[in-house]
Design a protein around this ligand. Structure first.
Ligand code: HEM
Length: 157
């Protein structure tokens, strides 16, 4: 893959917005999963902590962990894109991510669902600070990370 242009401004926007959401991560984790289920109700069956409940469970550590991972890893990806012009995820992490998602029945279109839920959650959390630039920076970082995971999943089939 060629060099990716990811600016310092974009990196700063991603970092700043993650700092804001992190302060109330329980609330935003719930929002994130509510959005996932609103966009793709069938996704419920994939998550162990959603499968047997009628509503998104409050204060569930696994739910929170997944939300945090998605936000944090996207943020780390943004930093790498700016520093190195590419995504660097260690092979073991990538293999783990590939196998967890493959095993859970995740397929490519689910990554678009999660992206939309992530952007909606940012919009909710940032209020007036949310704009096209913020959206673009997060989208770009997320797309690169998602691609790395999807590629790994294909290699494992
Ligand atoms: C599990 C990260 C996208 C569904 C996990 C785990 C990580 C992770 C680190 C393991 C959790 C643990 O060990 O506690 C990510 C990242 C993503 C992403 C960084 C995108 C950039 C998705 C998507 C879906 C998905 C698109 C499907 C809608 C799942 C499921 C599990 C899982 C079902 C198993 C959770 C459980 O039942 O406990 N993910 N994920 N993930 N992920 Fe993702």
């Amino acid at each position: 893959m060629g060099e990716i242009v990811f600016t310092e401004k974009q990196e700063a926007l991603v970092k700043e917005s993650w700092e804001i959401l992190k302060q109330d991560i329980s609330k935003y984790s719930l929002h994130f999963f509510s959005q996932i289920l609103e966009i793709a109700p069938a996704a419920k069956g994939m998550f162990s902590f959603l499968r047997d409940t009628d509503e998104v469970p409050h204060n569930n550590p696994k739910l929170k962990a997944h939300a945090v991972k998605v936000f944090k890893m996207t943020c780390e990806t943004a930093i790498q894109l700016r520093e190195k012009g590419k995504v660097v995820v260690s092979d073991t992490t990538l293999q783990y991510l590939g196998s967890v998602h493959l095993k859970s029945g995740v397929v490519d279109p689910h990554f678009e669902v999660v992206k939309e839920a992530l952007l909606r959650t940012l919009k909710e959390g940032l209020g007036e600070k949310y704009n096209e630039e913020v959206e673009g920076a997060w989208s770009q970082a997320y797309d690169h990370l998602a691609l790395a995971i999807k590629n790994e999943m294909k290699q494992e089939v």
